[in-house]
Design a protein around this ligand. Structure first.
Ligand code: AMP
Length: 294
């Protein structure tokens, strides 16, 4: 595995790999690698492709210094995991890389919904560093997790609007036995990890009630209350939105997802779940299932 910190060296190496006929698959991460990340490395295993993984805890996407400082950093064990996965290149940029990021681009509506409401500048921070990485690497494909679904949409938008020739591949969330989405932040919860179990429980219950019929959007408030009464400090949002553009549901059936963000002891966790039926919404907030295969 090549270990590279300098962007010019990375661009040079990628250039020569490309000249030897290889395609470049890029998998950006913030490190503290777990089985969710590994699933992305495994899915992108392909003899014709070079897997480039970045590890960078990007200060631009953190709203609070404390959150940035506390983010788990486990670089030595991450390197071992990447070696074991047979990853070809690990890009470990210096924090200075953020000083040379140029960005004059509107992310529009997608970045203003959900986490964009109370994490001002977060997606702009994500976009800046991803744009920098795309510029250096010019990957043929980028592999991302659906765990960070809004981020996935933001990256898709950058690639489309700025006409990068990069295919976006996305994969489902890996969960533990209890259904909790794997996340580097889970270990910061300590004993309070048990509270995180309520997240998948609530997502599954909402999904079930929708399929059974008669689900009113108003019912989401019941689940918010339930979560806060269970000991979760705060539910930042719990919403059902069109998965393509994060728009509200309308009378036109669409594929949707349930999105949630909560905080436990100041640790923010996000999750989402796809609803396996097309949904429409009546004027008075009733969800109507349109059973169309997709
Ligand atoms: P992060 O290191 O948290 O920035 O995540 C790097 C990539 O791994 C992103 O594309 C995430 O969506 C993805 N990822 C994080 N957690 C999971 C998970 N539990 N399952 C699948 N992918 C994940």
């Amino acid at each position: 595995m090549l270990l590279i910190s300098d962007e010019k060296t990375l661009a040079g190496e990628i250039d020569s790999l490309r000249k030897s006929g290889k395609l470049i698959n890029f998998i950006p991460t913030m490190g503290n690698l777990h089985l969710g990340h590994s699933s992305l490395f495994k899915k992108s295993e392909n003899n014709r492709e070079i897997r480039v993984v970045s590890i960078f805890v990007n200060p631009l996407q953190f709203n609070e210094d404390k959150d940035f400082d506390n983010y788990p950093r486990t670089i030595e064990s991450d390197k071992k995991k990447l070696l074991a996965e047979g990853v070809d290149v690990l890009f470990l940029p210096d924090v200075q890389i953020i000083n040379v990021v140029k960005f004059a681009f509107s992310l529009g509506h997608i970045a203003r919904k959900l986490c964009g409401v109370d994490r001002s500048g977060h997606f702009e921070g994500v976009a800046k560093i991803i744009l920098k990485f795309l510029d250096i690497i010019k990957p043929d494909s980028i592999t991302l997790g659906e765990k960070d679904y809004q981020q996935l949409l933001v990256i898709k938008k950058i690639i489309k609007d700025l006409e990068f020739k990069t295919e976006v591949r996305s994969y489902p969330t890996v969960r533990n036995k209890e259904g909790i989405a794997l996340s580097s932040r889970n270990k910061l919860l300590g004993k309070k990890i048990f509270l995180a179990k309520y997240i998948p429980t609530v997502l599954k219950q909402i999904n079930l009630e929708i399929i059974e019929g008669n689900f009113e959007l108003h019912r989401l408030n019941y689940f918010k209350d339930f979560l806060e009464k269970s000991g979760i400090d705060r539910v930042h949002y719990l919403e059902i939105l069109n998965e393509k553009n994060l728009a509200r549901l309308t009378k036109v059936p669409c594929i949707s997802r349930i999105f949630i963000a909560i905080s436990i002891n100041g640790i923010r966790l996000i999750d989402n779940m796809r609803i396996e039926y097309k949904l429409a919404c009546s004027n008075d907030g009733f969800l109507i299932i349109k059973d169309i295969n997709f």
